[in-house]
Write a protein that binds this ligand. Structure first.
Ligand code: ATP
Length: 346
C-alpha cells in the first residue's frame, strides 16, 4: 500500500492537473492550461477519441483505464504520484471511485478537503450542516404517516435526479413507492418556486468567498411538463441532462452570499480545516423570496460548464475570463508560489 500521507513538495513547474474525463473535465483542463499547467485525463478506451479532439481543452496526456475505479489500483496511483498529479474531484469522480474508497485507499493529493466527503454523501449529515449554518431547508418526514402536504422522496446518494418520486400527500406517496424500499428514501416537503444553484469558490489563499456563477439544472422531463398538458397523468422525472444560465435579482445576492459564508464558517467546526475550493447549494427561491436549500455539493458542479470564459459575476473578481476550472488552477498556482500547497490539498 502506498504511504497514506504524502509530503507535498510539488514543484509548481511540474504539477499535472488531473481528473477523470467526464462531468466538468473539459473546463478543468481548459482552465489549467490557461494558468500554464500540464494536464492529465483519466479516460476509458471509448472516450479517447473525444477527449483528444479539443485543441484547447484536451489533456496533455491521457491515461486509459478499463473503468474509472481502476484509479484505485496501486500502479496507477504510483504513476500519478510520479507525474506530480493533483486530482480535481468532480461529481463523476466521487460517484465512480466512491467516497469511502477515496478516503481509505486513495493517496494521490486531491484539491480540497477530503473530510467533506462523509458530510456531502449523506443527506442527513448535509441537513445537519445546513441547519447549523442557519440555512432554510425543506421539512423532513421520518415516515409516510407523518406527511401533511406535497412531498418529494429521494434515494440516498447523488443520483443525478434519478429515482425521485413526488406526491401530493402521504396516501399518494404510499401508492407510488415500493413498500420494500421505504427505508431507503428520504422524504422532504416539496418546495414551490424558482431553482437557483449558485457556484461558490472559497479561497484559502486569498481568504475570500466568491460567487462565480449561477445555473439551473435542466431536468428531463419535469422542465418541459407544460408540453404534456394532454397527458396529465404522466409522472414527471427529474433526470439532469443539462444546465441553463441564470442571474439573480441583485437584491437577493446578499442572501446567497450569507448562505455560502454560513457553510464555510460552520464547516471549520464540523470537519477542520473546513470547506474550501468550489461548492454549490441547490435551492428554490419561493414566492416570498426566501431561499430553501435541499442539497450541498462540496466540489465543482457541472453547471459551471456554462461559463468557460467567465460568468456574469466573475468579471467582478477578475479581469481575465475566469471559469471555475481556471479558478481552481489559479488557486493551485498561487498556493504553490507561496509554498502553501498543503493548505489546499488533502
Ligand atoms: P444530485 O445529487 O445529482 O444533485 P439527487 O438525485 O441527489 O441529484 P436532488 O439534487 O436532491 O437529487 O434533486 C434533484 C431535483 O429534484 C432538483 O434539481 C429539483 O429539481 C428537485 N427537487 C429536489 N428537492 C426538492 C424539493 N424539496 N422541492 C422541490 N423540488 C426538489
Amino acid at each position: 500500500m502506498i504511504n497514506k500521507r504524502i509530503k507535498i513538495d510539488y514543484d509548481k513547474e511540474k504539477i499535472a492537473i488531473t481528473t477523470i474525463c467526464s462531468h466538468s473535465s473539459l473546463q478543468i483542463f481548459h482552465g489549467a492550461r490557461q494558468e500554464g499547467f500540464r494536464t492529465i485525463g483519466i479516460c476509458t478506451k471509448e472516450q479517447e477519441r473525444l477527449y483528444s479532439s479539443f485543441p484547447l481543452a484536451s489533456p496533455d496526456r491521457l491515461i486509459v483505464v478499463e473503468r474509472f475505479a481502476d484509479l484505485l489500483q496501486e500502479n496507477i496511483q504510483e504513476e500519478l504520484l510520479r507525474e506530480n498529479a493533483i486530482i480535481i474531484p468532480h461529481g463523476s469522480f466521487v460517484e465512480y471511485v466512491g467516497a469511502t474508497e477515496i478516503l481509505s485507499s486513495f493517496s494521490v493529493p486531491l484539491f480540497g478537503n477530503k473530510a467533506v466527503l462523509p458530510w456531502e454523501s449523506d443527506r442527513a449529515k448535509q441537513r445537519e450542516w445546513m441547519l447549523s449554518a442557519e440555512i432554510a431547508v425543506p421539512k423532513a418526514y421520518s415516515d409516510i404517516a407523518a406527511v401533511d402536504g406535497p412531498v418529494i422522496a429521494k434515494l440516498s446518494g447523488a443520483k443525478g435526479g434519478r429515482g425521485l418520486v413526488s406526491a401530493r400527500n402521504g396516501q399518494e406517496l404510499a401508492n407510488k413507492l415500493d413498500a420494500k424500499m421505504l427505508d431507503q428514501y428520504t422524504i422532504q416537503e416539496y418546495i414551490f418556486g424558482s431553482r437557483y444553484y449558485p457556484h461558490y469558490f472559497y479561497s484559502q489563499i486569498r481568504s475570500r468567498l466568491e460567487i462565480l456563477g449561477i445555473d439551473r439544472r435542466d431536468e428531463t422531463d419535469i422542465d418541459e411538463l407544460y408540453r404534456y398538458r394532454d397527458f396529465i397523468d404522466h409522472p414527471p422525472s427529474y433526470v439532469v441532462v443539462g444546465n441553463q444560465p441564470l442571474v439573480v435579482r441583485e437584491s437577493l445576492l446578499g442572501k446567497i452570499m450569507k448562505y455560502g459564508e454560513g457553510l464555510v464558517e460552520t464547516s471549520r467546526r464540523l470537519f477542520s480545516p473546513g470547506l474550501f475550493g468550489p461548492f454549490c447549494l441547490e435551492m428554490v427561491c419561493t414566492a416570498d423570496m426566501k431561499f430553501v436549500a435541499f442539497e450541498v455539493s462540496a466540489r465543482i458542479v457541472a453547471g459551471t460548464n456554462l461559463y468557460p470564459l467567465g460568468s456574469p459575476y466573475s468579471p467582478y473578481y477578475f479581469t481575465e475570463a475566469m471559469s471555475t476550472g481556471r479558478r481552481i488552477a489559479r488557486e493551485i498556482r498561487e498556493a504553490a508560489s507561496q509554498n502553501r500547497l498543503d493548505e489546499i490539498i488533502s
